[in-house]
Design a protein around this ligand. Structure first.
Ligand SMILES: [Zn+2]
Ligand SMILES: [Zn+2]
Length: 138
């Protein structure tokens, strides 16, 4: 299985030959603002395993835990593509909407659901956490 995707304009492309180590939907306010949507669907792969082509601009800010989160986007079309967090060293998050085949994304957790918008939808039976779970990989 290879995970491939791109931004809206095609300037940024990626390919990852290994499966995600963690997949989840983040409903925090920062993800709402940066994505423009209800949540950020994100899968994490080892940073060393993914090939990224094209120029990516990163914006850094402190997440809820105080650790720096860097969100990467295409400087041409603005598509949100990647995220790196100090709390998850060695991993890079990829926005699932950028996948060529979005059926490859299987979220296991929903986090920060206490911050979810009133019009957000969290499926019944989802592993939903009000904040960040103590061990998101568990
Ligand atoms: Zn683009
Ligand atoms: Zn978030």
């Amino acid at each position: 299985m290879s995970l491939t995707g791109q931004c809206l304009c095609g300037s940024v492309k990626y390919e990852c030959p290994v499966a995600p180590v963690l997949s989840g939907n983040c409903h925090c306010k920062d993800c709402q603002r940066s994505s423009g949507g209800a949540y950020a669907p994100t899968f994490f792969v080892p940073a060393a395993a993914i090939s990224i082509l094209g120029e990516v601009t990163y914006y850094d800010n402190a997440g809820g835990s105080g650790k720096i989160v860097s969100r990467g986007f295409c400087p041409k079309c603005g598509s949100q593509m990647f995220s790196k967090s100090e709390s998850m060293p060695g991993l890079i998050g990829v926005r699932a909407g950028s996948l060529d085949d979005t059926s490859q994304y299987h979220p296991h957790v929903d986090i920060f659901v206490s911050r979810a918008a009133p019009w957000d939808y969290i499926p019944p039976g989802a592993a939903a956490f009000p904040e960040m779970p103590p061990n998101p990989k568990g």
